[in-house]
Design a protein around this ligand. Sequence first.
Ligand code: ADP
Length: 339
Amino acid sequence: MPNDAFLRDFLAAMPDPALLVGQDERLIGANLAAESLLGTGIVGRHHAFVLRHPEILAAIEEAWTGTRAEARHVIPRASHEVIHRMTAARVGDHVLCTFQDLTDRERMDAMRRDFVANVSHELRTPLTSVLGFIETLRGPAREDAAARDRFLAIMQTEAERMVRLVRDLLNLSRVEAQERQRPTERHDVALLIRSAAHSLRPQAEAARVKLTLEGLEASADVPIDPDQITQVAMNLIENAIKYGGPGKEVTVRLDQIQTPRGAKLRFAVRDQGEGIEPHHLPRLAERFYRVDSHRSREKGGTGLGLAIVKHIAHRHDGKLVIESEMGQGSTFTLILPMG
Ligand code: ADP
């Protein structure tokens, strides 16, 4: 039979929090991970003082009979809950309790559930509207040519919204799937941005926004995925046009900066819109996060554009920086390594 010193060494070697309950129901050992989870100085105390949840105590009780038992262990913290799965198993004259951290997994599960709920909601709204109009067109508005044209136009807008949503969802999942593969081929970022700006000129004119390009004459070859950088340029310039406002200017600028981690390429899109309140900034690139949902929908937004930009930035080992001043406008900047 191994002695207590051996068991304590054994606990210390385990990477997850682990503790050992002796026959007198006191803790005879706990590794550092267990102490940082449950508090220092727990060794020697009765296990019911340290692990207060009834399910945990029941699991330990069950373990004494020789049956392995599990229970959820939750510690509420200021910002979030720390969740573990505790497994209790009898080891000779002791019960070994190990804790597996489920916090991240449960958080991911919650995010996935929220995402599916959001996508369903985003699709249901236009679908309900299209179905409503189909019903009206087959019934009350059957013979009304003017109403028919009007309803068909709305149905088209709604169907196009769904197409954009599905396109952005596919883009997002593609970018996420590639996130660990850094692009290696060099392409001219200036050329890609110039073409993106060029293709958005009609949209800028329609919105009466002046589109100005700076620093885009010379080529800038860096390792990138050209389709993705085009997408970043399109999303950022399109947002600046949408949220900038008529009569205002949108400046698209490319330059180099020196940072402690070497030279970087800086691509900035600045608008003169209303600006974004500071508390929104950290969440702006989350999927479906919008400052004003009504306004975003009205402008045909999917709420996924900046999430896609952020993932593309990560894939390139770059970052997205958002700055905004109320009444002055916003600047969205992509920083890329020069390779
Ligand atoms: P959307 O399709 O709604 O535009 P995005 O992911 O591109 O989705 O942007 C998320 C939200 O960020 C927008 O709904 C809007 O509230 C805000 N936003 C994005 N770009 C700008 C900008 N240039 N000026 C002000 N707000 C912006």
